[in-house]
Design a protein around this ligand. Structure first.
Ligand SMILES: NC(=O)C1=CN([C@@H]2O[C@H](COP(=O)(O)OP(=O)(O)OC[C@H]3O[C@@H](n4cnc5c(N)ncnc54)[C@H](OP(=O)(O)O)[C@@H]3O)[C@@H](O)[C@H]2O)C=CC1
Ligand SMILES: Nc1nc(=O)c2c([nH]1)NC[C@@H]1CN(c3ccc(C(=O)N[C@@H](CCC(=O)O)C(=O)O)cc3)C=[N+]21
Length: 289
């Protein structure tokens, strides 16, 4: 392996320490303690793990932990009422509806009930629009965490060719917007892209969020490129991403591992967003781009 590893666990620890400091400062200045409310509908085991980790991290940073658990059978109105109650509670700075929700629920309609200044996932129409317009607002955690990782490793984005594989509302689209705001030349690939490997070979920075195990091999990576693997797949022998790590590490200059890459940053940025949201609600400016 010739690539250097991007250590997401280490950077995430730094971000979490910064947040803990920020929380203590806010409280020392007489502000309200930030609080994160997580909503989990149903009993998907992976979602349970994620939500548990988010809640722990939140408590470790000195924030209040609010949690609502609803059964798989919960009706749209029941979830909406829970969101409304949390929206009205000024101890709650951030509201996160864990996705996916059971298929009979309309997740877009539910997200729209989260006040935009408590939308720590950055998924409401208001924050998505703010990002698209290049205005300040709360940004989706995973792509924001990736930008932070690239900054920490001094990967230049201005003028760089960035290829994003995936166009989901949670990851691919906001990822493309964030690097565009940093003056990258952006290509977004998806399941209808004609020649994926060819498109990927353009990349100085290749960000893969397709949710397909082993999708990206060395034929899709230009020598010296930076490769960020967002995918998470739970196999018998542990976690894997969307990238064939061993072979890609032979040609890339920097690569994120799974686990220990993007995942820990997602949680760290959620805490960051919760602190920013609390400040915003208490009179500070909107979170900076
Ligand atoms: N590490 C972390 O913190 C996080 C990890 N994840 C993981 O990242 C992955 C992606 O998540 P998410 O964006 O929510 O997934 P979605 O399933 O919502 O989106 C996947 C995207 O990839 C595209 N795609 C699917 N197959 C191919 C293919 N063969 N070639 C090119 N593009 C393809 C789809 O295209 P189309 O639009 O045409 O269908 C779609 O745009 C998952 O493994 C998820 O578990 C997600 C969030 C956070
Ligand atoms: N509304 C919403 N917001 C999300 O941010 C969201 C979501 N729904 N649904 C699911 C995805 C997935 N996701 C991850 C978070 C942390 C790790 C993470 O911490 N991963 C560790 C490993 C953790 C483990 O061992 O399982 C790592 O990669 O090192 C991974 C994935 C957030 N998501």
């Amino acid at each position: 392996m010739s690539a250097r590893l991007i250590d997401g666990t280490a950077v995430a620890r730094r971000v979490r320490d910064e947040v803990a400091k920020g929380v203590a400062e806010l409280v020392a200045q007489g502000g309200r303690t930030p609080g994160l409310a997580t909503i989990l509908v149903g009993d998907d085991p992976a979602s349970e793990v994620y939500v548990r980790n988010k809640r722990r991290a939140c408590a470790a940073a000195g924030m209040r932990d609010f949690h609502r658990r609803l059964p798989t059978t919960a009706r749209q109105e029941e979830v909406r009422e829970v969101i409304a109650e949390l929206a009205a509670d000024d101890q709650v700075s951030g509201i996160l509806l864990q996705l996916p929700v059971p298929a009979h629920l309309d997740s877009e309609a539910l997200l729209d009930h989260i006040p935009y200044d408590k939308d720590v996932d950055g998924l409401t129409v208001k924050n998505v629009g703010r990002l698209a317009q290049g205005r300040p607002g709360l940004r989706p955690c995973t792509p924001a965490g990736i930008v932070r990782l690239l900054d920490e490793y001094e990967v230049p984005l201005a003028g760089a060719e960035v290829v994003v594989v995936g166009r989901s509302v949670l990851v691919g689209r906001p990822m493309a917007q964030l690097v565009l705001a940093r003056h990258a030349t952006v290509t977004v690939c998806h399941s209808r892209t004609k020649d994926l490997a060819e498109a990927c070979r353009r990349a100085d920075v290749l960000i893969v969020a397709a949710g397909v195990p082993q999708l990206i091999g060395r034929d899709a990576v230009r020598r010296g490129a930076v490769v960020v693997d967002v995918g998470i797949h739970r196999g018998d022998e542990g976690l894997h991403g969307d990238v064939r790590f061993e072979e890609v590490a032979e040609v890339a200059s920097l690569v994120t591992p799974v686990p220990g890459g993007v995942g820990p940053m997602t949680i760290a940025m959620l805490l960051h967003n919760t602190l920013e949201a609390a400040r915003w609600q208490q009179g500070s400016a909107a979170p900076a781009a």
